[in-house]
Ligand binder design. Structure first.
Ligand SMILES: Cc1cc2nc3c(=O)[nH]c(=O)nc-3n(C[C@H](O)[C@H](O)[C@H](O)COP(=O)(O)O)c2cc1C
Length: 376
């Protein structure tokens, strides 16, 4: 444990890591954050510069904001970027070239927003689609997907991953978390199908994701890293836990791992919260930690890094953020997880990782919600 006079030793954050063809210089990942700032769905120079600023400032891996597949109603806000069509893909080429010019690595987060609503009034022209036409239990929204819709959606995810590889991205992440389309298949509250895409058990409801991972893997070949982001919680209900026991978690993720996931991104809101404290205690493994223990794959954790208490002071060995940084370093030194996602702290401070690297904790700019409205 650090005492109050010892600056945090962050060396563990700056170790290299290889996953397939992906070679990372350190363990800091920019978490995917929707910005809704690609005009009419096409990323432009401002979007490229936004990512490049993080690449120039020591972020090891950038995962893009969610960017949507070629389906009629795959996004729920007007300026969410497409990941299909010549204009948008050419915009993304500008993004990855800019990131590479600054020595960074990046993958798009490939997405379909399912039955969810965006924050504004905008809605897609086509009907939204989801496993059972439900946004949440007893909340109908949109169309139940047909067999053909499902096949086309899986093919569109695979095409997007292949396009990511062709454009020169270093990996791709599939967004299977937070109550969007893939997660709507996982969750019994939104998947009430009685065909082969539904069922009483989580492994039955995982077939859509398993088939998708297989299709993506077949499209991109063996070496291009595929990440899958999953969460227990849903935006529709933070209290939902898809897998309340390690056995159920294993039944859920082992088939996904076998289907070809290289990196599991275990999304939780606070990285220090143990997933099954009844088994390994209050300091026990977090969600990503259990994903690593079960699958043996590379895992990314995430959740409130740099937000709790006085993270600035923590880097000088004082202040209420000390427990947080100490806990992060302890977990990473124990190989509980391999990579740590940073969202809001990096949104407000593009130089966050570079400042940590040179021990300049006192220069960190804290998260400011006003930054949500700019591409700073
Ligand atoms: C503005 C904003 C947009 C987000 N958009 C996405 C998204 O597109 N895809 C996703 O998987 N998570 C998204 N998230 C969740 C983040 O990736 C991350 O898991 C969450 O913010 C917790 O990390 P943090 O505490 O470091 O911010 C978003 C979060 C924020 C703040």
């Amino acid at each position: 444990m650090l005492d109050n006079s010892t600056p945090a030793n962050t060396d563990v954050l700056f170790q290299p890591l290889s996953v397939g063809s992906l070679e990372l210089k350190n363990r800091i990942v920019m978490a995917p954050m929707t910005r809704n700032m690609a005009p009419e769905g096409v990323p432009n120079a401002a979007n490229a510069e936004y990512y490049k600023r993080r690449a120039e400032n020591a972020v090891g891996l950038i995962i893009s904001e969610g960017t949507v597949i070629n389906r009629p109603a795959s996004r729920n806000e007007q300026h969410i970027p497409f990941f299909h069509g010549d204009d948008a893909l050419s915009g993304w080429k500008g993004v990855i070239d800019a990131v590479h010019s600054a020595g960074g690595k990046m993958g798009p987060q490939i997405w379909h927003t399912g039955a969810t609503r965006g924050s504004g009034d905008w809605t897609p022209e086509a009907d939204v689609e989801s496993p059972s036409g439900l946004l949440a239990p007893d909340k109908p929204r949109g169309q139940q997907m047909t067999e053909e819709d499902i096949a086309d959606t899986i093919a569109a995810f695979a095409q997007a991953a292949l396009d990511a590889k062709t454009l020169g991205f270093d990996m791709a992440e599939l967004h299977g978390a937070h109550g969007y389309l893939i997660d709507e298949f996982f969750w019994s509250g939104t998947n009430q199908r009685d065909d082969a895409w539904g069922g009483a058990t989580l492994p039955e409801r995982s077939r859509f994701a398993v088939e998708m991972v297989r299709a993506v893997r077949a499209a991109v070949g063996p070496d291009f890293p595929i990440a899958l982001r999953i969460s227990q919680w849903k935006q529709q209900d933070y209290a939902v836990r898809l897998a309340p026991t390690p056995q159920e978690l294993e039944a859920w993720v082992a088939p996904l791992s076998e289907a070809g996931v290289d990196i599991f991104h275990g999304s939780q809101r606070r990285f220090w919260e143990p997933e099954f404290p009844e088994i390994d205690g209050e300091q026990g493994l977090n969600f990503a930690g259990w994903l690593k223990k079960i699958t043996g794959k590379t895992v990314i954790s995430v959740g409130s890094v740099g937000l709790e208490g006085d993270f600035f002071g923590a880097f000088a060995g004082k202040g209420s953020g000390t427990a947080e940084i100490t806990d992060l370093i302890r977990r990473m030194e124990n190989d509980e997880f391999d990579l740590i996602g940073v969202g809001r702290a990096l949104l407000s401070d593009p130089a966050w990782a570079a400042k940590i690297a040179r021990g300049a904790g006192d220069e960190l700019k804290g998260y400011d919600p006003a930054d949500l409205f700019k591409l700073g």
